[in-house]
Ligand binder design. Sequence first.
Ligand code: FPP
Length: 242
Amino acid sequence: MDRHAPVPRHVAVVMDGNGRWARQRYMPRFFGHKAGVDALVRAIDLFADRGVEYLTVFAFSSENWKRPADEVSGLMGLVLVAVSKYLGRIAAKGVRIRIIGDRDTMAERLQEAWSLAERSTAHNTRITLTVAFNYGGRWDVVQACRRALADGIDAEGLDEHALGRYTMLGDLPDPDLFIRTGGEMRISNFLLWQVAYAELYFTETLWPDFGAPDIDAALAAYAGRDRRFGGIPPMLAATSSG
Ligand code: FPP
């Protein structure tokens, strides 16, 4: 890797392909989700080592409730197991954990597990891992509008900046790089507001296999992109002002 290449401050990841990874091994989907948690634990460290400050991952979407009941309850149980198994290790590595999503419709035990993860890592500064759980991008925009209205912001006072502050992650820089594993080329209702200017990167690699070579390939692709944020390249800007 080029040591001087620009590194994204904030990376957002749709961790797709756990089910197919398990099927390739003639195993149940849950086996893939378990391997997905291990892949996440490895990825946090790898991204942090490369200088990424914020990593935001889609762990359970508002739409995932439509999956078979046993898979949904398996995923919920996996969170409880993952928190008890990995929290100490993740905390010791300087990772701060935050959760975004609709907490009100989550089981109480799950809310408690996530709160514990947040409280016990609140002082960490190496990298912030935000786990989107029971999250949807449209839900996020709606909850932002509701909270802005509840705060007395009226139509005049509502602009992009004001509403942005009420979205989940309103206190963080927007994601610079959006990665989706597993071969699908969709955003799937993840961080719709926040990825407005993110560079998009799609890979066929299934999430449980996503390791250092994939991370370096994604970061190299990012470093090669020309980010304009809706403007024009500097070379053209220099010639168009006269
Ligand atoms: C998509 O793969 C993956 C998910 C819906 C779950 C992702 C969750 C994890 C990796 C675990 C996160 C857990 C914690 C504790 C943060 P898929 O099932 O859609 O795979 P497929 O497309 O191959 O069927």
